[in-house]
Design a protein around this ligand. Sequence first.
Ligand SMILES: C[S@@+](CC[C@H](N)C(=O)[O-])C[C@H]1O[C@@H](n2cnc3c(N)ncnc32)[C@H](O)[C@@H]1O
Length: 431
Amino acid sequence: MTINKSQNWHVIERLGSSGDGACLIDGTLHYVPGVLPGEKVRLSFDGHIKSILELQNASPDRATPSCSLFGLCGGCSLQHVSLPALLKWKTERIVAALKQVGFTNLPDAEQFQSQPKTRRRMDFALQRIDGGIILGLHQRAGNPVNMTECSLLHPDLFKLLDPLRECLAQIGALTGSGGLFVNLLDTGPDLLLEIPAQLSSSDKAKLADFARQANIARISWRSKLGDEPETIVQWKPVFHHFGSVKVAIPPGAFLQVSQDAENALVSAVLKGLPSFNKKDIAHELYAGNGTFSFALGERTRVFAYEGSKDAFEALKLASHGTRVEAHHRDLKRQPLLPQDLKTSRVVILDPPFVGAGKQMDFLAQSAVKDVIYVSCNPNILIKDLMPLQKSGFEVLQVSVIDQFLWSADTETVVTLTRDQKRLKKARKNAC
Ligand SMILES: C[S@@+](CC[C@H](N)C(=O)[O-])C[C@H]1O[C@@H](n2cnc3c(N)ncnc32)[C@H](O)[C@@H]1O
């Protein structure tokens, strides 16, 4: 294929939603990775943009990437941006999203950014190659890259990678590609392997030996996403604390990706709560294993809804002696209806990446006055918050939590109310 080396210079206008720089070339919008607004680039093409040949007007927001795999590994797309500039960009994106919904009179956003090397949850790709195993993240569009260094991963997980490669190389069932889901819990790393073929008894014995040598409490396996994990080895208890409540976390469970971000998220949610009377009930939707539930339970009675059976069971077991009442419910198939929310003082919801969909319409139609919406997807946030805006909700507080460091993903907590008294008071206090 012939590569056309353009002599033309192109100015980067802004960052698009995936973090790539947008520029107009011959009237068509193109996205260029690794650039910043205001920078001028000369590009080579092979139908699409192939590479940056030259860059001028380097932005003051430009930073030296901290990882030598940057550009190859798909885990980070924005290491060429300084962390303060990244947080500012993410915050502007959220403010723009809220304006797009139609909200006006927005409060200043509170901001938090995780520290590097704090990531305690990661979904790795596995690939057998001649002489070993590749264990790392996928390229942006392509094969996995061996993670030989990482600016994101918690050191307690990073130090496991080499021993894991050695162990997995001995696993006969791993003949091609697979996955490895890792959570760093209070009891140490918890591993869930995804390998299509059945593990042999020899594979299981090797994993059991490895678990003891590497002080890993549990290793589970499933053949594909959606299958129930099988515990291969568990030789000591597996648990994690949310506040003072101990939860027996199931294999492959959802956990906020870093402890510092989890703390910031919980604080933002608690800050958004209205005042409670003794008998008030908070409805929490998409509760997971209880990241927010038990902190909420310190303030009031909580009805916590979760669709994953494993997470619901962990939540239910842990909720004894607390004010949290766990409910197993698929909120897509069976959303809470306005009458189900009649007793609700406030609704807190943290939907998955695809959003809450129809549930938002029923929430908007209910009599609920206060909502705290947690989002990891700014595009879906726009869709989900539309029905609330149309039914009279206004934004009381916004927190932008950059827990997905050096990627375009953003976590946000938005407190909304249609209680005019509360709104007036908050705005008066902010003046
Ligand atoms: C973003 S996670 C949040 C979990 C929890 N709030 C936390 O912070 O750890 C979304 C949660 O929604 C649950 N979920 C996904 N689809 C669901 C559905 N249709 N009905 C109910 N829960 C669902 C997932 O199992 C997951 O626990």
